[in-house]
Design a protein around this ligand. Structure first.
Ligand SMILES: Nc1ncnc2c1ncn2[C@@H]1O[C@H](COP(=O)(O)OP(=O)(O)O)[C@@H](O)[C@H]1O
Ligand SMILES: [Mg+2]
Length: 390
């Protein structure tokens, strides 16, 4: 473990973030605007947030000593990834350290099966699911009625990496023997009309504030595009926000949460998963809303007032993902054309190496209408190319 220190005397509270990826960087950018001190823990000394950190602790997210060292440096601890060691965070919060969202909430969310059981027990709508080891030998489980199904690794999976589509019962055992992912769960496929998400913030005083509903398009299980306002009826918009707020209501802790949902036939909404942190589908709020998800998160964890985010104009966010063809250093081709597009803002995360489907940045386009924003986002996509440096 290595710590670089440039501590400056401070009057403002200091924030510790476990994870220095793009989410940590964008939290830090907002924190810096308010002159808050930011201390970061990440295994990569060149992580996106490293250039903004007052201190960077270079260590694994599960390194308990490093997490305790970070905790000693700050007034409030938060995290931008679900991989943080929740047991040490639970210990620290019992010793009265301010950690947001609550580590107990992180522990529930870290495991997709535990998370779904929790939501189901709270009468929140989720797809049919079961733990693979519980269905062995059983043919009458509701979830096995219709194939294909989706097998999901319960832990350590993100951006679709732990998900497998299966077409017959026999495949369950084959996939579930991939031990590197630990336990597996099986889930019915929802033939959704749209994927939606809502960011919801809550502070310690109990004030709750949700963002407008986002419509998300994934490709290969990774978020590709977010459109706001979502192209849904007023009634569905209200329902989605209501489910998201009810979900956050049953979770302990302050901070921002993302509730990802499927909009199925007959306007039925089912929860896919929750993230106890800022989320890729909330990036649109930086340019699109009166307050960004990152500022709202900072306000929530410091128990400051939470304004109601207003959508300032229709907004489209498009991810810049590493091409499938190579891994290595890269440059952006087509930048000049890209930057001539009206209402476009470019965000680059500062990752030196591109990997297949790695999130390298995003663009946000605000426009007078959602169809204008969509047209310009298509132009942006066709202009920008990630090229291998060698
Ligand atoms: N039960 C399901 N029915 C239909 N599509 C699904 C289902 N579960 C996941 N997906 C698709 O895969 C994407 C990623 O799945 P998710 O479980 O959210 O994994 P991750 O944790 O990798 O984001 C979802 O956004 C959705 O597009
Ligand atoms: Mg997801």
């Amino acid at each position: 473990m290595h710590i670089t220190t440039r501590i400056i005397p401070q009057s403002q509270p200091s924030i510790g973030i476990i994870g220095g990826g793009q989410l940590g960087k964008m939290i830090a950018q907002e924190a810096k605007r308010m002159s808050l001190k930011v201390h970061i823990l990440d295994p990569d000394p060149e992580c996106p947030a490293s250039s903004l950190a007052d201190d960077l602790i270079v260590a694994d997210f599960r390194n308990q000593t490093a997490i305790r060292n970070l905790s000693d440096l700050v007034d409030v601890l938060t995290y931008e990834i679900e991989l943080a060691d929740s047991d040490v965070l639970i210990d620290l919060s019992r010793a009265k350290k301010a950690i947001h969202p609550a580590p107990e909430t992180l522990k529930i969310i870290q495991n997709k099966y535990r998370q779904k059981v929790f939501l189901q027990e709270k009468n929140l709508p989720v797809p049919n699911f079961a733990l693979v080891e519980d269905i062995d030998g059983s043919t009458n489980n509701a979830v096995l009625k219709h194939f294909p199904l989706v097998l999901k690794a319960c832990e350590n999976s993100y951006d679709g990496r732990g998900n497998r589509l299966i077409y017959e019962k026999e495949e369950i055992t084959n996939v579930a023997s991939e031990k590197s992912f630990g336990k597996w769960m099986v889930e019915e496929i929802i033939p959704f009309r749209k994927e939606l998400s809502v960011m919801v913030a809550r502070n310690e005083s109990g004030q709750v504030s949700s963002f407008p509903v986002a419509e998300n398009k994934h490709s290969d299980s990774i978020l590709d595009t977010t459109l706001v306002p979502a192209r849904i009826s007023k009634c569905t918009e209200r329902m989605a926000r209501d489910i998201a707020e009810r979900t956050v209501d049953v979770l302990k802790g302050s901070g921002i949460f993302c509730v990802e949902m499927f909009l199925a036939e007959n306007e039925k909404i089912l929860i896919n998963e929750i993230a106890p942190r800022p989320h890729n589908s909330g990036h649109y709020s930086i340019e699109g809303c009166s307050i960004s998800q990152f500022e709202q998160h900072i306000r929530a964890i410091l128990n400051l007032p939470l304004p109601k985010p207003q959508l300032m104009s229709p907004t489209v966010m498009v991810n810049i993902l590493g091409p499938k063809e190579f891994e290595g250093e890269y440059y952006l081709d087509g930048l000049n054309e890209l930057l001539t597009i009206d209402g476009l803002k470019l965000h680059l995360y500062g990752k030196r190496i591109s990997k297949p489907r790695r999130k390298l940045g995003h663009v946000t386009i605000t426009a007078a209408s959602i169809s204008d924003a969509i047209d310009r986002s298509k132009k942006a996509k066709s202009n920008l190319r990630i090229m291998n440096k060698i």
